[in-house]
Design a protein around this ligand. Structure first.
Ligand code: IVH
Length: 681
């Protein structure tokens, strides 16, 4: 193939794929089979690899993702990203309508309102320059957001290149939503992996935008609906003209909007969509009413937080009545006991509800729940339903009140209640099964041993199969034991089998091996000694240097350590006077975990005399970065002052810190700059 042929073919394939993409994802009118689409895409990807000089920033091959970033850049919004004032009451909508009529008393024409749906996802700002998508920002704190361009490019309904007669430079805003189908797929996959599913499509959408690997975002099948235009000079007179034009430029605009002048019209829209929205493929949580005329919008302006020219009417959570069958008491990972109501199954918001949490003894008492009571259930934005009240008129005569239990349903130990706390606890923390699981989960968590290929689900499987009883057992696990391990889980009353495959097992064993080099202070934290958090563990480890000294330490000795008070000191002494705990520690020592501070690493003074503020999220845990500062002789401080030498900035660094560092002219460096700094020296 000659260079020219390659150029022409790449151009042809890009145009074809862009056209099919638009027809499928924006217009919802597929014009080619999935197979043929994939064939064209594969050809384009191969050609672009061979002739990278012809690969353009708007190439449809970007939809498959591939760009992995280390951290998100924080970018200031040109126009602040405000939110809408919202209400659940129709009379507030009337007030809004009348207020606008009064403010626009001189206006001769009838005032028009555009009624739209309120999409329940993550707000996004897109910038287009000369028809090309140049930047995508999340809302962030409204002043500055994260640059998520690499992720947004994978959303097939977001045009990378516009069509028709578009303005040279403008911003368009909308909502990234996760359609129900994508949400179900994602959560099924999460369950299979043993990780925690997302509570609702909104969280899943905003969580997806925060991923560093755009390939993963591409797999999540997000959608994006646009609803607002921002530019210094507006090429339209009304919002509805904008919606129409944006659709022509290739954006996905919701077809479900209407223009009304009367309050009745607005109400009819609200009423119609209260039920009709349930048939849409994504979540909506209200209707948005906007003044159509841009001149009038400008005149009405903004309050500190919201535009005066728009309001959101939020739909009330759906409410149903059903009957209580029984109450279960569940023991959580920390030993807290939660009452859970079993109900006669009832449909609510698209699913059948059979259970609902009663939270704690106080909530149960406030509801004054009696056996076989009829209860009202509500589902708000979240997937988990809530019991919001009891229908007293339907109470069975003589039905006794539901009593809270006195003993742990898992291990029969009498429950205790700490002063001032709502929850009842099981104090048998070492032998009560859910609490053992809690300890195991704490041990593997990011800030402790950071064994990320073992999640909650996998720990549960290993525990239920009696393969682990304490954290020490993790290091005895073998390939043969793990491979093919199966569990049947119930998802929406359907049984699904999950099993450990080769790769999973290899990852688990590898992560366990790696965890053996976790520094002593984190091992000490991972043991889960009551009241010994990360900082205290660090201080004790650095002061006493090794496990033998800690085991020997008296309360008095511990009290000499910074930040260690009586409660902590007695808890440490208690922990190491328990033979079961000593046995676990001994096994962990045998397994090769670190049980003393590494002296050699503590003395390196390349950063001597320099103080650092570490803010935001990084590719490694923040505490690891902080330890690196200290290991190289630097000092960590929490607040920025004139004395701070450097700010190491990560993803989602607080805007206040950013501003302060800038105003004091303190160098703001990235994680990479920092690594270079300690390497160079
Ligand atoms: S217009 C000044 N229209 O709801 C704000 N917002 O608090 C202009 N939303 O942050 C926003 N659907 O993320 C607008 N049709 C719609 C919307 C919508 C959802 C979101 C948006 C905004 C929040 C309102």
């Amino acid at each position: 193939m000659t260079n020219e042929e390659a150029f022409l073919r790449i151009d042809f394939l890009s145009q074809e794929l862009n056209k099919h993409n638009y027809q499928y994802y924006v217009l919802d009118q597929p014009s080619i089979s999935d197979y043929d689409f994939d064939m064209l895409m594969n050809e384009l990807i191969l050609l672009e690899k061979a002739y990278p000089q012809y690969c353009h920033s708007d190439s449809p091959s970007q939809r498959v993702g591939g760009e992995v970033i280390k951290k998100f850049e924080q970018v200031r919004h040109k126009y602040p990203m405000l939110s809408l004032g919202n209400t659940y009451s129709e009379s507030d909508i009337k007030d809004f309508y009348q207020r606008i009529m009064q403010s626009a008393i001189e206006t001769e024409n009838e005032i028009e309102y555009v009624c739209e749906l309120k999409f329940d996802g993550a707000a996004i700002s897109l910038w287009y320059e000369n028809g090309l998508l140049t930047r995508a920002l999340t809302r962030g704190d409204g002043i500055q957001g994260d640059d998520v361009t690499h992720n947004i490019k994978t959303i097939p309904s977001v045009p990378l290149k516009l069509r028709g007669n578009y303005p040279k430079s403008f911003e368009i805003r909308g909502e990234v939503v996760m359609p129900h189908k994508s949400f179900e797929m994602l959560n099924a996959q999460k369950l299979e992996e043993g990780s925690t599913p997302f509570a609702n499509p909104r969280n899943a959408a905003s969580g997806s935008l925060k991923l560093l690997d755009s390939k993963e975002v591409a797999r999540r099948k997000l959608d994006c609906i646009l609803y607002a235009f921002y530019s210094d000079d507006l090429p339209f007179n009304t919002h509805s003209e904008f919606l129409h034009a944006a659709a022509e430029w290739g954006f996905k605009i919701s077809p479900h909007y209407e223009v009304y002048s009367s309050l009745e019209g607005i109400y009819s829209f609200i009423h119609k969509w209260d039920s009709a929205r349930k048939n849409l493929p994504y979540d909506t949580d209200g209707a948005v009413i906007k003044v159509n005329d841009f001149q009038l919008q400008k005149m009405l302006g903004f309050t500190a937080k919201n535009p005066r020219w728009a309001v959101a009417y939020k739909y009330k959570a759906e409410r149903v009545l059903t009957q209580l069958v029984s109450v279960d008491f569940q023991v959580g990972r920390t030993g807290a006991v939660t009452p859970v109501a079993n109900l006669i199954p009832v449909p609510l918001g698209g699913t059948t509800v059979k259970r609902a949490t009663l939270h704690n003894a106080d909530v149960m008492q406030n509801l004054d729940l009696h056996h076989y009571d009829f209860v009202y259930l509500e589902k708000g934005g979240e997937i988990i339903p809530k019991i919001v009240g009891v229908e007293h008129s339907k109470r069975l005569i003589g039905a006794p009140a539901v009593e809270f239990i006195a003993n742990c349903p898992e291990c029969n130990t009498p429950l205790i209640r700490m002063e001032g706390e709502a929850a009842w606890y099981c104090p048998n923390s070492d032998h009560c099964p859910p609490q053992i699981k809690g300890k195991l989960e704490h041990f593997i968590s990011r800030k402790a041993m950071n064994i990320d290929s073992l999640g909650e689900g996998k720990i549960e499987m290993l525990f239920d199969n009696q393969m682990i009883r304490s954290v020490a057992d993790l290091y005895q696990l073998t390939y043969d034991q793990l491979i093919g391990l199966e569990k049947v889980i119930s998802v929406d009353s359907e049984d699904r089998k999950i099993s450990f495959r080769e790769k999973t097992v290899a990852n688990i064993l590898d992560a366990l091996e790696k965890s053996k080099s976790v520094p002593f202070e984190r091992v000490l934290f991972a043991l889960g000694i009551r009241f010994v958090g990360e900082t205290v563990a660090k201080k004790i480890a650095r002061s006493l240097k090794n496990i033998d000294e800690i085991k020997r330490a008296t309360v008095e000795k511990l009290l000499t350590i910074d930040d260690v008070g009586f409660q902590i000191a007695t808890s440490v002494v208690d922990y190491f006077s328990n033979p079961d705990h000593l046995e676990v520690v001994e096994k962990l020592i045998q397994a090769g975990l670190r049980f003393e501070v590494e002296e050699s690493a503590t003395v390196n003074d390349v950063l001597a005399g320099k103080s650092f503020v570490v803010s935001g999220k990084f590719t490694i845990p923040r505490d690891e970065l902080k330890s690196m500062v200290e290991l190289n002789g630097g000092k960590n401080v929490s607040a920025i002052s004139a004395k701070t030498d450097y700010v190491i900035a990560g993803e989602s660094m607080g805007p206040e810190k950013f501003k302060k560092a800038q105003s004091l002219q303190i160098p703001i460096i990235s994680e990479e700059d920092f690594f270079q700094m300690i390497q160079k020296k």
